[in-house]
Design a protein around this ligand. Structure first.
Ligand SMILES: *Cc1c(COP(=O)(O)O)cnc(C)c1O
Length: 425
């Protein structure tokens, strides 16, 4: 069930009116539902019940401290892609022993920071990275637990910018090089080979490519075992899609169904070839945890009726929500108040001086200047991709819990934006 629904003609987030939220906190503002967040996490946690499994939330999807705290309290681990994200986990009270570190370009400083907090595992993406990590760990008198991110060369059938598991991708170690790379890793004294991982892409509506990737990981784990390199965990990455409700798009696979099929495959394999001995399973979901928890609330500044197109100019822009400009993403828009006026077709655009600054195209909307709109399913890759282009302060963020609204990030002021700048003396 959606936590965003109309009550007496006004869109609510749980029990709170979005009109009232706009009045109290201004616009543009990201508004998240706590109940939805916890329900999404539970869909993973419930399917993992009684198993040696860890859900490491991919926090680049939404890294607000309040969200991290809520998830940490439910037992979540975190998939980080920078030292900065590790500092956020610590600031939110998360457990660094449940952190895995992904990414193709980890710096020496980031490795040191992560080792000093004894994170669970580094997901290593290249041979030079193995050598760098071995040196850094050695200099600190430590051993780094590692997994290799293997590129299983399966087609995730998603947008090219968010497909990451094909041969031409910058991510991971090629499947054909994986055995040799594991041998290299196993011979390095300050590394402890611990697992294997992959992440084939994002917004996958079907789990078939993920199950295909799992087959390839299983194949490698058994080949490595035959050489005496025993892996203790397998990490299948994230990638399950969510329902942006674009007409004609199929619904995403339910998380519980996907995990059921995945565990069935893993159990069959462990029973057939490992005397039923279990292996730890790690997930790295981002979008499917936070995507449908949030909306971006915005106000109409002007309506502009052109010769060929009508524009609905709002106070949110590509700097607040980059997905349409970046991926031509379709996101649903609705007026907060159903006023019964006649709809016209609009392109919804922001104030930024770029033609790419649009949020939605060709939408039938019954709106007037001053009305409020929401952009739905904006909880993932929204605020975390926001910028200060055009010296626009980033939006406020609010979490709704029942009818209680918590401001979890203040709106930025222009003075905040140039506070670190200085004139030439
Ligand atoms: C972005 C990312 C994820 C999360 O992907 P979603 O599609 O948001 O679930 C998981 N793992 C890695 C390595 C990533 O880069």
């Amino acid at each position: 069930m959606s936590q965003f629904s109309y009550k007496d003609g006004v869109l609510h987030a749980e029990g709170a009116s979005l009109s009232a939220i706009a009045g109290e906190f201004g616009t543009p503002t990201y508004v998240y539902s706590k109940a939805r967040l916890l329900a999404n996490f539970a869909s993973y946690a419930d399917a993992c019940q009684g198993r040696d499994a860890l859900v490491c939330y991919a926090m680049k999807a939404n890294s607000n401290l309040a969200i991290l705290d809520l998830l940490a309290r439910e037992g979540a681990g975190f998939d980080i892609v920078s030292g900065g994200e590790l500092l956020r986990v610590l600031a939110a009270g998360g457990d660094p022993r449940k952190v895995i570190f992904s990414g193709v370009g980890k710096s020496v400083e980031e490795m040191r920071l992560a080792l000093s907090h004894d994170i669970l595992c580094f997901n290593v993406e290249s041979i030079p990275e193995l050598h760098r990590l071995n040196e850094v760990a050695g200099a600190m008198g430590k051993q780094a637990r590692i997994s290799l991110r293997v590129n299983p060369n399966v087609d995730a059938k998603t947008h090219p910018y968010i497909a990451t598991g094909l041969k031409a991708s910058k991510f991971g170690v090629a499947f054909s090089d994986a055995l040799e790379t594991y041998r290299t890793a196993a011979a390095l004294p300050h590394l402890q080979v611990s697992g294997i991982d992959c992440h084939i892409g994002s917004q996958l509506l079907d789990d078939a490519p993920l199950l295909e990737a799992l087959d390839r990981l299983i194949e490698l784990i058994d080949q490595l075992g035959a050489e005496g390199i025993e892996l203790h965990h397998l990490d299948i990455g994230g990638g399950i899609g969510i329902d942006y409700r674009e007409a004609g798009e199929s619904a995403p696979v339910p998380v519980g169904d996907y995990l059921g099929r995945l565990f069935a495959k893993i159990d069959a394999w462990r029973n057939a070839r490992h005397d039923g001995k279990p292996i730890k399973v790690i997930f790295e979901p981002g979008r499917s945890i936070v995507g449908d928890t949030g909306v971006l609330l915005t106000r109409v500044e002007f309506l502009k009726h052109g010769e060929e197109r009508n524009f609905c100019i709002v106070d949110a822009a590509m700097n607040d929500m980059a997905r349409p400009a970046l991926y031509q993403a379709w996101m649903d828009m609705q007026p907060v108040v159903q006023n019964g006026a006649a709809a016209a077709t609009y392109d919804v655009v922001g104030p930024i001086c770029e033609s790419g600054d649009w949020l939605a195209r060709d939408r039938a909307l019954a709106v007037e200047a001053g009305d409020l709109l929401v952009m739905h399913t904006a909880g993932a890759y929204g605020m975390t991709m926001a910028s200060n282009y055009n010296t626009r302060g980033r939006a406020a963020e609010v979490i709704v819990d029942g009818s209680v609204c918590h401001l979890v990030r203040q709106r930025e002021n222009p003075a905040d934006l140039y506070a670190l700048e200085s004139l030439i003396k």
